[in-house]
Design a protein around this ligand. Structure first.
Ligand code: IMP
Ligand code: MG
Length: 173
């Protein structure tokens, strides 16, 4: 059985979420913005983030899956659920839990751009830069994390630990 060790506390996360929301609010001042959560991992981050953005935003959800083995995505991404609303002509802010290889983000950014979005940017709560395979910009990052298996605050290991109120590392011993 694995165990988890706290990496980033709930207080630290909420503090950072406020800072990100403030920056996003300033950058999109006077512009229409659609925040799109990539399910499931970003659901808690998304709910906290949009509540800290004080200007009006639309919200929408996507779900994607990536083929590959358990520890690495292959770059082949499948759209399981597209946004409900038409995003053509809209500024889209993708809300991600964690960027690893970058394959998922690259695919989804292209997908939304091809559908005519005015702009597509990304805010990711976590970034694992050591694992990056694709050089892709992430406009807003909450925290850089080491190359370890991360869970909590929406993020899972085999569908477990999403409900942890903090971010933790899984230890297999
Ligand atoms: P990428 O396409 O390799 O960047 O994969 C990103 C996705 O892989 C994230 O949105 C997560 O769903 C998943 N992922 C990557 N690293 C972790 C981790 O440490 N814990 C849980 N899920 C992860
Ligand atoms: Mg994800």
């Amino acid at each position: 059985m694995e165990r988890v060790e706290i990496l980033i506390s709930r207080e630290q996360v909420l503090e950072r979420v406020k800072e990100l929301a403030k920056k996003i609010e300033e950058d999109y001042k006077g512009e229409e913005l659609v925040c799109v959560a990539l399910l499931k991992g970003s659901f808690i981050f998304f709910a906290d983030l949009v509540r800290e953005i004080k200007s009006p935003v639309q919200i929408d959800f996507m779900n994607v899956s990536s083929y590959g083995n358990a520890s690495e995505t292959s770059g082949v991404v499948r759209i399981l659920k597209d946004t409900d609303a038409d995003i053509s002509g809209k500024n889209v802010l993708l809300v991600e839990d964690i960027i690893d290889t970058g394959y998922t983000l690259e695919y989804v950014k292209k997908f939304l751009s091809n559908k005519g979005a005015k702009s597509v940017k990304c805010v990711s709560l976590l970034d694992k830069p050591e694992r990056r395979k694709i050089d892709i910009p992430i406009e807003y990052v909450g925290f850089e994390v080491p190359d370890k298996f991360i869970v909590g605050y929406g993020i899972d290991y085999a569908q477990k630990y999403r409900n942890l109120p903090y971010i933790a590392v899984v230890l297999f011993d």
